[in-house]
Design a binder for this molecule. Sequence first.
Ligand SMILES: *Cc1c(COP(=O)(O)O)cnc(C)c1O
Length: 375
Amino acid sequence: MNVPLLDLRAQYLTIKDEVRAELDAVYESQHFILGPKVAALEQAIARTCGATYAVGVSSGTDALLIALMALGLSTGDEVITTPYTFFATAGSIVRAGARPVFIDIDPTSFNLEPSQVQDRITRRTKALLPVHLFGRCAEMEPLRTLAAQHHLAIIEDAAQAIGARTAEGGKAGGMGTLGCLSFYPTKNLGGFGDGGMVLTSDPRLAEILRSLRQQGSESLYEYSRVGGNFRLDEIQAAVLLVKLRHLEGWVEARRAHANRYNDAFRRLNLDCSDALTLPDTPKAEHHVFNQYVVRTRRRDELHRFLASRGIGTAVYYPKALHMQACLAFLGYREGDFPEAERAARETLALPVYPELTVQMQDRVIEDIDTFFKGR
Ligand SMILES: *Cc1c(COP(=O)(O)O)cnc(C)c1O
């Protein structure tokens, strides 16, 4: 029995009839761009995430780019973010004409360490860009306080965290000035292709976002700013509307799998033997486990061992962003963000997708036990 990291087909089979009926309706209507499905999805997602407005866009990357464009950043403006994330977080800041300023992560949550933010705020700082990595919300309260004191915007990269909540009850994507979602197929709510959404409760920003996604037009053939084609299409929206009805159940399955891993690894004493560090999962928070990520100093060895046994795992992310060639101009060096660099060496994502069976999960647990106990 092989255990893949993710099995999209297993999920598709559970919703095949529902999805096909909705897709058929789109084909029959021949209304593909910014129609009723996109509008309905925007309303439903805004409600899910606790925001007033939602603007469907072409990808999570474009959600970040258009959110940054909506703030009207100019050359030399700085955006504070984490170096331990998917490339798009920092790439979008550069594309928007601003400069990413990195802060190290908290090694237990893998999210931006808020106590280090204050010292990096300058006259050029315009926004804070926390990422809710792997489905766990970044610590938002200290960031909100700093943002209010220094008149900064907060853009949440909630690409991996739809449905996640903080201990205070804040919803991922709905806590900042702007929140960005991705519907890339591997995310907890994934389309049949690319898609994304920007959330906000500011009516002026919502209007700017709607304009920017359609070339910057405010009315037909009148352009008040330079935008682009950042639209979400009806086919994606139709699929996502169906999947949204199942999201809570899928997230509960992910959370149950994560608890089961935690219990099993503790029972096997793998966490105490210093072999394996389990993801920190405070009860008061609602972690949605887009990834279940453990850490071990023998990461690469474990990755290869599990692969040889037919178990899919993945490294998110093997190289922190301050070490990427295209960001060398920022002037960072190895050693600048020790926790991000250590995470890049030690983390491994295990299969946690909703359709994972007990038997499959037991295989993963047994093989990890075998690896560490050398049986
Ligand atoms: C997936 C992801 C993105 C980008 O989303 P796409 O839809 O793939 O463009 C941005 N940030 C993070 C943290 C992500 O995981």
